[in-house]
Design a protein around this ligand. Structure first.
Ligand code: ADP
Ligand code: MG
Length: 728
């Protein structure tokens, strides 16, 4: 057996689950390493506490004096927990989180030193922006960028480092990260939704978008994973024949969690508790070695930070447990990939979920308003929503008959479909008193009963209503949720603004009563949005055909999907709501297109190298063995050798054929890359990588995988699927 593979396999059998001793209750650990409101109250003066709280809740500015006080309190708290460093913690467009640690330590002359951290360091820092993706903003403006404190997401301790969540913008204020546009979108949706809420309840003064993500992942033995260049460099297997046993028995989903994995989860959950990430659910997923983790939902900005932090912590904890965690959307061909469902809803300061019906007809009209406006917004911007989840890795899932298709549609269930059918028939213009009463009592009034048994769940829908929230299921497992959440909240904000304008118009200009006006507008929305509603099987070819008739987009690849980001409609949306300027939107597009090209380029190189340096030489080695064997047979049997060497000769020929096809395709792929690399326009380049380079992957892989079936297991150089997925 190849040395690397042998060593890796030998290590697996020595592994035992780590014992985690837990003396404390989990709840007592919650938030222990977070500079949260409770801690702040202890460490801050009353004045400073009120200042920070108001910034957290109303986005008001924090003056320098208060910032100094907060910094000093943060430092005291962090030092009391043995911290040595601090960092601005941010989410640049690389997809990973970024940190640059500075020590609290400062010399003060006379050979003395102290720990120092002031308001200045808390509020702003200047990391070099030129090493982060900026999509050309750097060329247009200044190379410098700065990070600025986001007081709405509490600082936390990671090991001995105090991490301060920040935004990251260019020197001229353009967003260079995920958080900045998200915060702007959340402000926009708060304002638009609050204005609409005033129709129903004057006490509502703030609306927050909530997010509950569900993170899927694979857990693979570290030494096995590290023995494979493709997993190490691309996060997925580029080669590998499926295992004789895969997920066909459905014996993994919700099954007993293997001891080693459970020990990892337990340790991970403990870390999450300390960091204030409210993890709640854990279970096996469909594919072997695939799992899921989900928290209790939170305010979106915090939830996004927590998911980014979680992905980082998952990797660190995995290392301690001799695991490698794979967050890639499709690490293994032939078994399910991973996603990250984004559960979304809107909550008011009065404690209501706007996507959950209530006890009074008015409250239910409010529910319907937000429900129908969401459907309308998704319909109008379905292509942008699809773009918000586009990535090279997520292309493997969307439309691959295991995850939602690349077509965005909305599932609402049978009962709510009936409600919409009823509302669609509301009289145009003024409603009669009888009709209003009937609507209130029999349609709107009955919604809560209807929803109670709304148990039908369509797992194939990319955007499904699940009782009191919408679940955006097409998000990729590696994604930063900020991207889809910025788009979703932005389109809802725009839609609610339009809705209010229309209702106000009917009330003021046409003299309609408020609820009649609302019914009138909603009726038209239902009619217009019909094409996006789909209750059937999203995986079937019939739906693709039907969606085409309905003029819904079906952008299967990232370069195709991303275009919607820079459509006139999308640019106008972000500009109008002060979420992103045209320059920022275009820069983001540029970054995503380039990232796509780079990822495919890397995969293409790794695949070429592996096929040439690992697979082909192994095939030749085995072929030589066969040749030796044939020669021996000839020596013994003379002219009769062919009857005895028939299979060997056949194998020798097959191996030669595979080697020949692999080599000529690698040749072809490299030449194609050379040609495509000359293209200067990044959009065209990404398109060509998608349409001309990727097709080589399948052919090369197919022949490598065939060789895996032919060649002696003893000398096969790569850890096999059965080892990667079934080693406990
Ligand atoms: P599943 O989709 O796996 O059946 P659930 O529907 O119970 O699971 O919940 C999934 C996620 O939805 C959880 O993370 C939960 O916190 C989140 N969630 C529940 N209510 C809301 C809400 N109002 N807003 C956002 N997320 C929510
Ligand atoms: Mg779910």
């Amino acid at each position: 057996m190849s040395k690397i593979r042998f060593r890796a396999l030998a290590q697996v059998s020595e592994r035992k689950p780590l014992k985690i001793s837990e003396k404390k209750r989990r709840s007592s650990l919650f938030g222990e390493n977070v500079f949260n409101q409770d801690t702040m109250r202890q460490f801050l003066t009353k004045e400073a506490f009120i200042g920070v709280k108001s910034a957290m809740e109303h986005g008001s500015k924090i003056d320098r004096k208060i910032a100094d006080q907060v910094a000093s309190a943060m430092k005291e708290w962090a030092l009391s927990k043995n911290a040595t460093h601090y960092t601005h913690w941010f989410q640049p467009l690389t997809g990973a989180t970024a940190e640059k640690h500075d020590a609290f330590f400062e010399t003060i002359g006379d050979g003395k030193a102290i720990e120092k951290f002031g308001g200045g360091q808390l509020v702003q820092q200047e990391p070099d922006a030129s090493s982060f993706p900026n999509g050309g903003i750097r060329n247009t403006f200044e190379a410098r960028g700065y990070t600025a404190w986001d007081p709405t997401s509490p600082a936390f301790l990671l090991g001995t480092t105090l991490c301060i969540p920040t935004i990251f913008v260019s020197y001229t204020g353009e967003a260079l990260d995920y958080k900045t546009p998200l915060l702007r979108a959340l402000t926009a949706v708060d304002k638009a939704a609050t204005d609409v809420c005033k129709y129903f309840d004057k006490n509502i003064t703030k609306v927050t978008a909530s997010l509950g993500w569900e993170q899927e992942y694979f857990l693979i033995d570290k030494s096995l994973a590290n023995s494979r260049p493709d997993i190490a460099l691309t996060g997925r297997t580029l080669i590998g024949h499926s295992s004789a046993k895969g997920q066909q028995l459905d014996d993994h989903y919700f099954g007993t969690i293997p001891a080693r994995a459970l020990s990892y989860m337990s340790d991970l959950e403990k870390e999450c508790m300390l960091l204030g990430i409210p993890v709640k659910t854990r279970h096996n997923e469909v594919a072997p070695s695939q799992f899921e983790l989900a928290p209790i939902y939170e305010e979106s900005n915090l939830a996004v930070d927590h998911n980014s932090l979680l992905m980082d912590v998952m990797k660190k904890v995995a290392d301690r447990h001799n695991f490698k965690v794979l967050l890639h959307e499709k690490p293994f061909a032939g078994v399910n990939g991973s996603g990250k469902h984004n559960n979304w809803s809107l909550a008011t300061n009065t404690g209501e979920n706007l996507l959950s019906p209530g006890k009074t007809p008015m409250r239910n009209l409010q529910f319907l308003t937000f429900f129908i406006n969401t459907i309308k917004a998704v319909y109008k911007h379905e292509e942008l929503l699809r773009a918000s989840i586009a990535s090279a890795s997520n292309d493997h899932r969307l439309g691959a008959n295991e995850a939602p298709p690349a077509i965005i549609s909305v599932f609402i269930g049978e009962q709510l479909t009936n409600v919409l059918n009823n509302l669609e028939n509301v009289t145009k213009g003024k409603l009669t008193p009888e009709e209003r009463t009937d609507l209130k009592l029999n349609v709107v009034g009955k919604i809560p009963d209807v929803l109670l048994d709304n148990t039908d769940r369509n797992r194939t829908s990319p955007f499904a209503f699940t009782g009191n929230k919408f679940e955006f299921r097409a998000v990729g497992s590696t994604a930063n949720c900020a991207n889809p959440m910025t788009v979703l909240n932005a389109i809802i904000a725009e839609q609610l603004i339009d809705f209010k304008t229309e209702v106000d118009h009917l009330v003021k200009e046409e003299g309609l009563k408020k609820d009649s006006a609302i019914f009138n507008v909603l009726r038209e929305y239902i009619k217009e949005s019909r094409p996006v509603l789909f209750e059937g099987n999203g995986y079937g070819q019939e739906w693709e055909n039907e969606a085409k008739k309905r003029k819904l987009s079906n952008n299967k690849t990232t370069p195709q999907a991303l275009k919607a980001r820079v459509s006139k409609q999308s640019i106008a949306l972000f500009e109008k709501l002060d979420i992103m300027s045209k320059i920022e939107t275009e820069a983001r597009y540029e970054i995503e297109v380039e990232e796509y090209t780079l990822r495919i380029q890397i995969e293409s190189r790794v695949l070429g190298d592996m096929a040439r340096n690992h697979i082909v030489p192994t095939a030749i080695k085995y072929q030589n063995l066969l040749i030796e064997n044939v020669k021996g047979l000839k020596e013994i049997f003379g002219d009769e050798f062919k009857t005895h060497a028939k299979e060997q000769l056949n194998l020798i020929t097959q191996i030669s054929n595979h080697i020949e096809t692999i080599n000529s395709n690698i040749e072809g792929m490299i030449n194609m890359r050379k040609k495509v690399n000359k293209i200067t326009d990044s959009e065209n380049k990404a398109m060509e990588y998608c349409n001309k380079v990727i097709p080589f992957f399948d052919t090369i892989r197919y022949h490598c995988d065939k060789l895996e079936l032919l060649i002696d297991d003893e000398i096969w150089p790569l850890a096999k699927y059965r080892e990667l997925l079934f080693m406990k």
